[in-house]
Design a protein around this ligand. Structure first.
Ligand SMILES: Cc1cc2nc3c(=O)[nH]c(=O)nc-3n(C[C@H](O)[C@H](O)[C@H](O)COP(=O)(O)OP(=O)(O)OC[C@H]3O[C@@H](n4cnc5c(N)ncnc54)[C@H](O)[C@@H]3O)c2cc1C
Length: 397
């Protein structure tokens, strides 16, 4: 694995195209979206038309074929503009399409992955339940054999895109006594099936453009073709998707940090107090320097992890144990550091803005509310530290 790499001209061109698109079409609507707490239907539709909901998916399955590095570029740029759009993209792409791309049969890829990558269908991923958050192996939504397929009963919580999704990657217990070791299975579930309904949608501190929905499954009947990967191996499917998600969360956090730091720098250079721009005071300079150092470090971490995921390919059967462990530890490291650094950088950027930073409707105030969740979802940072600690106890630092 090379330590250094440069972006290809194709990747640079993609970044410029995304940036132009976001400035023109997304940046102007995010303040109103946040205030109204509305899913940004029109801009999501436009991003689907541009192919942005299938960036890492091979062209053969309707994607742009730009891999995880291309996907990180997209999320870094989106993260600069709005975390809600980043979350909608991430829930669909990292958590929704990864199980289909990595574990789906050819038929499942044609039926669910290709329309999702082309932007015709929106996906969600549903693992969390009332009694099963960090302890994600304790899911109780039950899939029981029914004819040649399954009948699913239970309820899931906090599903991003849950209200809007056309299909959901659902993690259910097929043998609750066995838990994550053989007792959990991943399914792809169309949301228009009888017995499937959307329950309560949560009001949140931030991410006002996203839905966070309860899903109710009341005897939903699924054919055998809805199982992703092997029966009983769904926990691994979920963890593989989360490894991808944790790196993409890092990319979106990187973008959020860059936008906040740039805004703080510009503000500090023009805001006069005591007869000078506040950027001339060392207390402010040190804050800006700390921001820049975190951004530089995170940029390496994110793109190294994304490039490793590209190198490993999308067939889990080809992965050795060591490569799998390194990938998981690296994803946990990126997620944990990115989310904490983003919270710190955005907090300090808000501080540099003084009272203005606290006013409702400013980009820095929205970023502050939006950033906090990254320390919690896709596995809390306490859980990321457990993942890293377990690995270092086995393999060393
Ligand atoms: C806005 C939002 C969007 C979300 N989107 C999705 C989604 O799309 N799909 C989905 O499936 N889920 C989603 N979630 C759920 C999210 O992943 C969980 O909230 C998260 O994993 C934590 O679970 P919990 O809330 O049950 O907290 P708990 O697991 O109850 O944790 C409470 C506290 O205890 C700590 N803790 C727990 N166990 C340990 C331990 N062993 N050691 C040390 N500390 C521990 C935790 O770190 C945390 O600080 C979303 C949540 C939110 C708020």
């Amino acid at each position: 694995m090379p330590i250094e790499f440069t972006f290809t001209p194709e990747q640079e061109a993609f970044r410029q195209a995304v940036r132009g698109f976001l400035d023109k079409e997304v940046a102007p609507i995010v303040a109103a979206m946040d205030e109204r707490e509305e899913f940004p239907q029109a801009t999501v539709r436009r991003m689907q038309e541009e192919g942005y909901f299938g960036v890492p998916i091979p062209e053969a399955y309707g994607g742009l074929g730009l891999g995880k590095v291309g996907y990180a570029i997209l999320l870094e740029e989106v993260g600069k503009v709005d975390a809600s759009h980043g979350t909608i993209l991430g829930a669909h792409t990292s958590l929704g399409t990864t199980p289909l791309l990595y574990y789906g049969t050819e038929e499942q890829k044609r039926r669910w992955l290709a329309p999702a990558a082309r932007g015709e269908q929106l996906l969600a991923f549903s693992l969390t339940e009332a009694g099963s958050g960090s302890d994600s192996g304790a899911v109780r939504t039950k899939a029981e054999p029914h004819g040649d397929g399954w009948k699913v009963t239970g309820s899931k919580l906090y599903v991003s895109n849950g209200k809007e999704a056309d299909a959901v990657i659902l993690i259910a217990a097929t043998d609750p006594a066995r838990g994550p070791e053989g007792g959990i299975t991943a399914f792809v579930v169309d949301t228009d099936l009888p017995g499937f309904s959307v329950g309560r949608c949560e009001k949140k501190m931030g991410l006002h453009g996203t839905s966070t929905a309860e899903l109710v499954l009341d005897g939903v009947e699924l054919g055998p073709d809805r199982v992703l990967g092997e029966v009983g191996h769904g926990f691994r499917v979920a963890m593989t998707a989360l490894d991808v998600g944790r790196v993409s969360l890092g990319a979106a956090s990187l973008g959020g940090m860059e936008a906040a730091a740039s805004a703080a720098l510009a503000f500090a250079q023009q805001r006069m107090q005591f007869g000078r721009p506040i950027a001339e005071y060392e207390a402010i300079q040190f804050k800006l320097a700390d921001m820049a150092m975190r951004i530089q470090a995170l940029r390496y971490l994110v793109y190294h992890a994304a490039a490793r995921q590209d190198d490993m390919g999308t067939d889990p059967a080809q992965w050795g144990r060591l490569a799998r462990q390194e990938k998981t530890r690296e994803a946990a490291t990126v997620k944990c550091l990115a989310s904490e650094w983003a919270s710190e950088v955005i907090d300090e950027a808000l501080q540099i803005h003084g009272g203005l930073g606290y006013l409702r409707g400013t980009p820095i105030e929205r970023a502050y509310r939006d950033a906090r969740i990254s320390e919690i979802f896709e596995g809390t940072n306490e859980i990321q530290r457990l993942v890293v600690a377990r690995d270092l106890l086995l393999r060393g630092i």
